[in-house]
Every structure is written in C-alpha cells, then in structure tokens.
Design a protein around this ligand. Structure first.
Ligand code: GCW
Length: 725
C-alpha cells in the first residue's frame, strides 16, 4: 500500500500531537500554579476582551516578578501576550503602588488603601479617562504581588472579572513554614523525599526549585520560612553555611519571603569556643550579638530565630538554671536592633516531671506571661500533646494575654498517615481555630487569640511544619499539596471555610469542571474525620508505632520514657478506656477557663470526639447513641475503614475526567490507605478487646489475623525518623 503525502502528513501531525500531550505529563510539579489554557471559547473571549495590556510604574525586583508571573499566567491561560503600555487603554491592567505609579497616584485611592496595611491590596474595576481598566494596587510592592496572585487565581478559577472590588489584608503578620530539614538533607517527619535545600551545592548552584518554591508560597501569602530543623544543628550558624542561607534569601526576597533559622541554644559552646551557653553570662550575650550582626550583614532582611529548648533532649536555658524567658530574651536582645524576632516553642515536657504531659507546657509558660521582651513570640502547637489526628485546643491559648502566642500546625502528616493517606487538614486547622477559649467571654476563639485581636498582641504569627521534599510533586501525595495551600490561605484569612479553600485548590490543581470539583470536594471534606475514626476515635491519642509513628501500636509500653509509650495515653484496663484528666485524675481540665473546663470535665457534656482524652470510661457505659463504649469504639474503627473504601470508589468515578497520571497515582495511594485503615482497625480493636473482653459486634467482619501478627510487625526503615545526634 502506498501512503499518500496527505496521509503521511496527517500521521506525522498525529505523532507530534501525541508527543506534545505526553510531554505534558501531569506530575504535580506545577502545584496549583498550572495556568491551564481556558478552552471554553466564550469565557476566553470574555477575558481576552477585558485584558489588553499592562501598565506599571517604577520597576522593582518585586514588581518585576509580579509582572513576570502575570505574563506567564495570561500567556498560558489566554494564549495571549499582555503588551506593556505607557498609555492607559481600555482593558489595561494597572499594577503598582501610588508612590511608584503616577496614574494610580492620580486616582486618589489613599483612603481605600488605608485599611490594607503593609501587605494587603485592592483589586478594582474602574474607569480612567473614559477607559475601563483594572487596578491592582497596595501600599507596598509586596502587596501588589499578592494582589497579582489573587487576580490570577480569579482567572484560574474562572470567576467574573468585569466588576471587581476586592480589598484584602492578612489577619496574621508572620505566616511561616517551618522546615524540619537537616543539613544532611534528611527531613525529620518528612515523607516526600529529601530536603529541597541542596546545601552542598549552595551558594553557587541555585536550583530552579527555589524560585518555584517562592512563587508557590507567595501565591498563598506565606512570607517567611524557617529553613532548618528545630532539633537544631549549630553548624548552620557558621560562616560557611550562612553564605548558603544568604543565597536562598536572595532568591526569596523579591517574593516577600524572609528566611529564619533555628538557633541551637548551645551554639556558643559548640561553634563559639565559649565554656558556657548560660544566657545571663555577658560573654554569651556578646557572642549572640556578634553572630546576629554577622547574619544581618549577609542577609539584611533576616527574620529571626525559632528555638526548641529544653525539650526532647535539646539544650536550653534550664541547663543553666535559667527560665525560658531568660533564654528567649537573650536572643531577643541580639535581634532587636535589626527588627528580628524570636519564636520560642512551648512544646516542652520532661519525663522527670511526674505530671501529665498534656499539662507541662502550660505549667512552664503560664507563670512567664509578660516576662518576654516585645520581639518574642511563644509558638504553641494546636493541641497540648503533639499533632495527634485530633486534639482539643491547647490550654495556653487565651491564658497568656501579655505574651504574643503564635500557632504551630503540622502540615506534614506525621500522625495522619504520612504521604500515602489522603487527609485534608484544613478541617483540623479550622476546628482548632474556631474553638472558644472563653478567655474574655464568649467568642474568644483561638483564632482571635492568635490574630492578636483578643489581647492586642503587637506581633502575630502562624507556622506550619512543612510537608515539602524533593519528590517531583513536592509533597509525596498529590493531595498533600492541598494542605500546604490551605495552611497559607488560612494564615492569611482564618475566616475562610475549609471547603472554599478546597474548591479554589481543586479548580486550580485539577479542573473547573463542576461535577469533578464537587466530587473531590466531598472526598476532601470527610477525609480527616475518616482518618480520626480508623486511627484514634473518641479522643484516643498517641497509639502509633514507636518512634517512627508508622501504623498502629497501642501495645507500646516499658520504654525508657513512659510518656513515649501508648499505654500512658490510652490507659486501657479491664474497667474501661481513656485518660482521666478531670479533677479525679490529672486535672488537666483545670488549665482551661471555667466554661471550657466544666464542659470537658463533665462526663456527660464533654464532646464525644474528646471523650477518652479527658475521661476514663467504662467499657459498658452508654454513649449518647445508647450504645456502649465498646460498641461505639468498634463501630468507629469499622466506619473509618469502610469510608476509605468509599473514597476509593468515589475516586474511581473520576477516571478519564482528570489526567491519567494523577488519577492513577492517587488511586494507588488510596488503596494503600485502605489497606492501612484496615490494619489500624484490626490491630486496635483486637488489642482493646484484650481489656474489654467483649465480642466485636456480630455484623462486623472479623479481623483475619490474630493480634500477635500485628504486634510483631517492625519497621526499622520507616521514613522521617528522628535522627540520633
Ligand atoms: O511531634 C514530635 C516529633 C518530633 C519533633 C517534635 C517537635 C522536631 O515526633 O520529631 O521534633 O515533635 O515538635 O519538636
């Protein structure tokens, strides 16, 4: 058979097309900044008509990257270049601050800009000399950049841009990622490969990832990053490493992102040659003053230090008989001349102290309220133990009116299935933020504590322990990206709902097709509750594998620290289950305000989601459903596992509706999650049965393996293990 020229051409065209499609494999690298081409013709026409050109005033590195991002987005979504214009035309997008852009100055919008502060922005449709234009303006270039990302998001999510009147400003000042990244590139509790900081090749080799990291963070309003692990290594403070840190800071600066470092408290002895690190010793203070000057010489906008002291073996002021405040203030004094801050972690507990671990941070810090210098924030985890699948809010929130408390959430899924479980954490973040502390009467939510409005804190902050690594899709699981995204969006505005944030993310990350958006949204919405059910229902906590925290291990006991065992937390015995934290037990409830303490402390009024956190409940006691604790416990575990199966089924309806690459990846992860949910269910139910001595309700399928099978499983190489120094 002879092929005609036309046929050969057609074939060639087809082959080229296939290779183009293939090369655009969706590997997740582009995160939510995919800027997919708009295929809906009328929508495309509509946008194209409204956007003709861009006008800017004085160029700065930040305005430069803002324009670059805008061009990239418009070119790829609307297949159109926005010409830079000196003349305002119909459809011109005006970008800049009044100070840098005379046309914007002439618009007289200073009144409107008053409420947007140093980072907020306005996006407005308006007329200029009879021409319809869109203005993105702010008091600073950084605000303009945030406005540009918001504007791009409007197009990505296919919103109407014909009559814009948006004003937005962050509710929280410091919106930071905390990387638990080590200098050897391992990541403590990291499940997405190695650290993206290539310390060895820095400062000369600038991995393009650094810029993409900055773009992604700026797009969601994150304005700082702590590069190193809180289990700190003093080496990062040596000149050799500081030069590398400075190179990263240079990449991040135009994007409004400052770098911060963790300060190892014993650094003066480890790298400074001093005989002590006592914070009240003048030589020690001098050493830090000098070190901080050295840092600011290299990095003029350095943010400050994050410190984990006297916790889990980290050195701190208590090694020298000093308080946390004395330690924090010593560093604060060194940083104050440069406007740097100290973020001092409240995550402290000691196995030598014979008190409930849940109470220890409060016991240590509450008496220090007001003792910290003004540039110190105390960084408090969302709950009193440690990022468990679900915890009640930390009792310190609301209890330190004279000390700025900042929030620490965990984005990396140390306790929620690593990077193989789909768990949308915005629901968890929101539950904590909307909890009422009653510190100043009703409505004193955790959100109002940390945004400073309750106690008039002069500085405010929210940190998220990052889930980012060298995996091509950054977070291991494609849906891990949603947790990074949601963290940033909620740090900017904690009033956003978990589902509105999810919807934005889905539209930008997968598709705007409504049915798909809604299907994925539903999946995300229930995913956290599902995980709580198959891991730690009814307020159970810390019953996972020892040290690596992988999988169920409620049987862990007899370790060198009782507070690192599971039996310490669940207290199962033949009578019942749960940690009595009422006045008849550890009385941790007394650390909350009276209203909260009465609620949590009452067996009947305590929300059942926290029941076993606060109460030791008899196996045959009835819960609100009328069923016994034992039955409800079994039902929760079985429900959790069954819901994962349902998630898998729901996901499979999306085959062909989203790209095959990500469809298949997520499907595989969901099947791992299902397998592991059953593992959790079986192991926990069988273990607790040895105490309850009751049958698993008859209609539930019985575990196919004995408890002994689950108990002998070992995982010496599970990812993310804490390194031994
Ligand atoms: O959750 C625990 C982790 C540790 C971590 C510690 C902390 C960085 O298991 O790996 O150490 O919390 O927050 O300091």
């Amino acid at each position: 058979m002879k092929l005609s020229v036309v046929m050969i051409r057609t074939l060639l065209f087809f082959l080229i097309l296939c290779s183009i499609i293939r090369s655009k494999a969706e590997d997740g690298y582009r995160l939510w900044l995919r800027y997919e081409r708009i295929t809906n013709v009328s929508l495309l026409k509509n946008y194209t008509r409204q956007l003709t050109s861009v006008h800017i005033g004085k160029l700065s590195p930040t305005i430069q990257v803002a324009v670059e991002e805008l061009q990239l987005a418009i070119k790829s979504m609307l297949v159109k270049e926005l010409a830079l214009t000196a003349q305002v035309q119909s459809g011109t997008l005006l970008l800049g601050t009044p100070a840098s852009t005379p046309v914007i100055q002439a618009m007289n919008i200073s009144e409107k800009l008053r409420n947007t502060g140093p980072e907020g922005y306005l996006i407005m449709s308006t007329a200029w000399n009879g021409k319809k234009v869109i203005v993105i303006t702010a008091n600073t270039d950084k605000g303009v950049l945030y406005g540009v990302f918001h504007f791009i998001r409007l197009i990505q999510t296919q919103q109407d841009i014909s009559d814009l009147n948006i004003s937005s400003a962050p509710k929280i000042k410091l919106r930071l990622l905390n990387h638990w990244d080590n200098l050897d590139r391992t990541v403590e509790r990291g499940y997405a490969g190695f650290s993206i900081w290539d310390w060895h090749k820095l400062p000369d080799f600038i991995d393009p990832r650094y810029k993409d990291y900055a773009r992604a963070n700026a797009s969601i309003g994150i304005n700082g990053t702590v590069l190193t692990n809180v289990n700190a290594n003093a080496w990062v403070l040596t000149p050799h490493y500081l030069e590398k840190v400075a190179a990263l800071a240079n990449v991040f600066r135009p994007y409004g992102i400052r770098v911060y470092l963790t300060a190892r408290f014993s650094a003066p002895t480890e790298i400074g040659g001093l005989p002590t690190a006592d914070p009240l010793n003048p030589d020690v203070q001098q050493w830090w003053n000098k070190k901080v000057r050295e840092i600011y010489n290299l990095i003029p906008d350095f943010g400050g230090f994050l410190v984990k002291a006297n916790s889990e073996g980290q050195p701190g002021p208590q090694n020298f008989g000093r308080t946390h405040a004395e330690g924090a203030n010593m560093l604060a004094r060194a940083l104050a001349p440069f406007n740097g801050v100290v973020m001092w972690r409240a995550f402290v507990y000691d196995d030598k102290i014979p008190d409930d671990r849940a109470k220890q941070a409060f016991n240590e810090f509450k008496p220090l309220d007001g003792a910290f210098l003004p540039n110190v924030l105390v960084q408090v985890k969302n709950g009193p133990i440690d990022f468990q699948p679900r915890e009640p809010f930390h009792p310190l929130f609301g209890a330190m009116p004279a000390t700025p408390l900042m929030m620490e959430f965990q984005i990396t899924q140390e306790y929620t299935g690593f990077s193989t479980h789909l768990v949308y954490l915005a629901n968890q973040f929101k539950e904590c933020l909307s909890s009422d502390t009653y510190a100043r009467g009703e409505g004193s939510t955790v959100a109002r504590v940390i945004d400073g409005s309750l106690h008039n804190y002069p500085i405010t902050g929210m940190a998220g322990v990052a889930n980012i690594g060298t995996d091509r899709n950054w977070t291991g699981h494609h849906f891990g990206q949603a947790n990074w995204y949601a963290f940033g969006r909620l740090a900017w505005n904690h009033e956003l709902t978990a589902m509105s944030v999810a919807e934005e993310w889905i539209r930008m990350t997968f598709t705007n097709e409504l049915h798909v958006v809604n299907t994925i949204k539903k999946l995300m919405d229930s995913s956290w509750e599902t995980t709580v059910n198959y891991m730690t229902p009814l307020g159970l906590h810390h019953i996972m594998g020892w040290n690596h925290h992988y999988g169920p291990a409620p049987w862990i006991q007899d370790k060198h620290r009782a507070d690192w065992t599971s039996v310490y937390y669940h207290r199962a015995d033949e009578k019942g289950l749960g940690f009595d934290r009422t006045p008849s037990g550890s009385n941790a409830v007394s650390q909350y305000t009276q209203r909260v303490s009465e609620k949590f402390g009452s067996r009947l009024n305590c929300p059942e989601k926290f029941l076993l956190w606060f109460h030791h409940v008899g196996w045959t006691e009835q819960l609100s459903s009328g069923k016994t604790l034992w039955e409800e416990l079994c039902l929760a575990y079985y429900r959790g596992a069954a819901e994962v199966k349902q998630m898998l089924e729901t996901w499979s309806t999306l085959q062909g509706k989203i790209d095959d690459d990500r469809y298949e990846h997520v499907r595989t992860m969901l099947s791992i999650q299902h397998k592991e949910a059953i593992w959790w269910r079986n192991a926990c139910v069988l273990y607790f049965q040895t105490f309850s001595k009751m049958e698993i309700p008859a209609h539930l399928e019985k575990p196919d393996k004995p408890l002994s099978y689950y108990m002998q499983l070992e995982f010496p190489y599970a990812p993310g293990i804490k390194p031994k120094w």
